[in-house]
Design a binder for this molecule. Structure first.
Ligand SMILES: CC(C)(COP(=O)(O)OP(=O)(O)OC[C@H]1O[C@@H](n2cnc3c(N)ncnc32)[C@H](O)[C@@H]1OP(=O)(O)O)[C@@H](O)C(=O)NCCC(=O)NCCS
Length: 177
């Protein structure tokens, strides 16, 4: 894929010239978590974690690094080797899992989040999950637009200042224990 706009991206190269590759995150990729986190503004971090998050604490970092390819799966987007976005699903038990997506500020609005969410959606279905849920601030219109695009049949309900989205998946396998 190539990002599809010429707005700024750190290195000064037009976005549409920079290929973006996706690959599954593994448990040794903690440095990539730091790169994406560093590229996010205070506002983006608060939208992602639903609380102010000035630093990525070691305990949170450990949890986010603890992928196992089944109950916790993450995918990273790389542009010229630099991590610019991550999406993950973490099992909630049974065939339900939680979805979260984050993209570095300079890369938002270019389709990266959509690609990451599609990757997780398809992997979750292959693993046998039948439902994904995602929580976002009710004011996070960009996240809502992403959910509308990737999961057109979702439902959503309000919990305080947040919206909780529920997405049904059609599993192609039944690996979930
Ligand atoms: C939410 C987020 C992951 C979306 O990723 P992204 O790469 O920016 O999204 P995309 O470029 O794939 O665009 C998704 C949708 O947002 C729309 N969009 C882009 N900029 C927008 C803006 N400023 N306001 C509203 N919608 C916008 C796009 O048009 C697209 O909608 P469409 O499907 O109707 O075309 C990203 O903005 C982000 O990391 N935000 C901070 C963290 C966060 O909010 N995470 C979500 C919590 S689950």
């Amino acid at each position: 894929m190539s990002a599809d706009t010429s707005e700024g991206h750190g290195g000064g190269m037009p976005g549409h010239m920079i290929p973006v590759a996706l690959r599954e995150l593994d448990a040794t990729d903690g440095g990539l978590l730091d790169e994406v986190f560093a590229g996010m503004s205070a506002e983006s971090r608060a939208l992602r974690y639903l609380t102010p998050m000035p630093v990525l604490h070691e305990q949170t970092r450990r949890i986010l690094s603890a992928v196992d390819g089944c109950r916790h799966v993450a995918v990273v987007a790389l542009a010229h080797g630099e991590a610019i976005g991550i999406a993950r699903m973490i099992s909630l038990g049974g065939r339900r899992a939680e979805l979260a997506v984050e993209v570095a500020d300079d890369w938002q609005g270019l389709g990266v989040g959509t690609r990451l969410a599609l990757w997780i959606r398809d992997r979750a279905a292959r693993l046998g999950y039948t439902e994904l849920v995602a929580e976002s601030s009710a004011r996070n219109h960009r996240a809502h637009a992403l959910m509308d695009r990737v999961f057109p049949d979702h439902t959503a309900h309000r919990e305080g200042t947040d919206l909780v989205f529920t997405f049904s998946l059609a599993p192609s396998r039944t690996d979930v224990a």
